[in-house]
Design a protein around this ligand. Structure first.
Ligand code: C2E
Ligand code: MG
Ligand code: MG
Ligand code: MG
Length: 289
């Protein structure tokens, strides 16, 4: 009887696996169609200078609108896009759209735009050219673009792929900045911070004190990361800032910038234009939250 049950479980497991593979294949097909059909849109979330209070930059965050009134967030489709290689085309589309949207914001308010980049994109031989072309076509200066990469990507790059480093170094010489996203969540040594071409550390939101748990210890972590960034000549940006208490804490620790629902949620390009105009006249008032 135990044997039979085991066999049943095995069958069920295989069926489940096959179903998931089918779902994945279907999702990739749908994503391909969505790109051609223009169903993706780029949203923008402000990044605020904690000292001066201005909106220094906006982060480009992709959204999928598969049908009217329906929206799907990137966590639900970026992994499939990465596995299938579709991220190269999708990522280039996001980059070009973000540069176009940001050109006017930069001219009017000096705002920079920060774009998430997947490892696969940086492995393309012509990635640096793709970025240059996007900047030129949009009329956006390289100094107004920040590329966000994850810690894991840097570790992989440091170990085996110097093409990634070559792209980032070349673009950095031209004025593009590089940020490490979700800093502190990857399993990596500190050597890469010493050796790799980066400008900014984005502190993962899981490090911000949340009012629960041991506050002293949580604060120590944030302080340590901010000091680490500054000692290495990097700017520190806190992600996931949701409360005034977190803003006060980050200011006290000398953290350079903050991003999170407290300052504003990601919104579409038209609304971002309004938000940036309002922030200029009113100072960095919390918006959208
Ligand atoms: P990320 O780059 O770390 O972006 C920050 C995420 O945190 C965004 O989620 C944002 O909406 C969310 N967030 C911002 N402030 C707060 C806050 O105060 N509290 C909380 N709980 N969350 C906050 P989103 O837009 O769902 O994006 C998720 C992830 O998807 C991004 O994380 C990024 O890794 C990836 N992603 C988004 N757009 C792109 C893209 O164009 N290309 C690639 N390769 N990845 C992207
Ligand atoms: Mg990011
Ligand atoms: Mg992040
Ligand atoms: Mg993230």
């Amino acid at each position: 009887e135990a044997k039979a049950a085991g066999r049943d479980r095995a069958v069920t497991y295989d069926a489940g696996l096959r179903e998931r593979q089918l779902e994945r294949t279907e999702l990739i097909e749908r994503l391909r169609d969505a790109l051609t059909a223009g169903q993706f849109s780029v949203y923008y979330q402000p990044i605020v200078s904690l000292g001066a209070g201005g909106f220094d930059a906006v982060e480009a965050l992709v959204r999928w609108f598969p049908a009217p009134g329906e929206v799907i967030g990137p966590d639900r489709f970026i992994p499939a896009a990465e596995d299938s290689g579709l991220i190269v085309a999708l990522g280039e589309w996001v980059l070009r759209q973000a540069c176009r949207d940001a050109a006017g914001w930069h001219r009017q308010h000096g705002t920079a735009v920060t774009v998430n980049v997947s490892p696969r994109q940086l492995m393309e031989p012509d990635y640096a050219m793709t970025v240059r072309r996007a900047l030129r076509d949009a009329g956006l200066p390289p100094t107004a673009l920040i590329l966000e990469i994850t810690e894991g990507m840097l570790v992989g790059a440091a170990n085996q792929d110097d093409r990634t480093i070559a792209h980032l170094s070349a673009l950095r010489r031209e004025g593009v900045r590089v940020a490490v996203d979700d800093f502190g969540t990857g399993y990596s040594s500190l050597a890469y911070l010493r050796d790799l071409p980066i400008d900014i550390l984005k502190i993962d939101r899981s490090f911000l004190p949340d009012g629960a748990g041991p506050a002293d210890r949580q604060v120590s972590f944030v302080r340590t990361i901010v000091d680490l960034a500054h000692n290495l000549g990097l700017a520190a940006v806190a992600e996931g800032v949701e409360t005034p208490a977190q803003v006060d804490l980050l200011r006290g620790l000398g953290c350079d910038k903050g991003q999170g629902f407290h300052f504003g949620r990601p919104v579409g390009a038209a609304e971002t234009t309004e938000v940036l105009a309002a922030s200029r006249t009113a100072g960095a008032v919390p918006i959208g939250a």
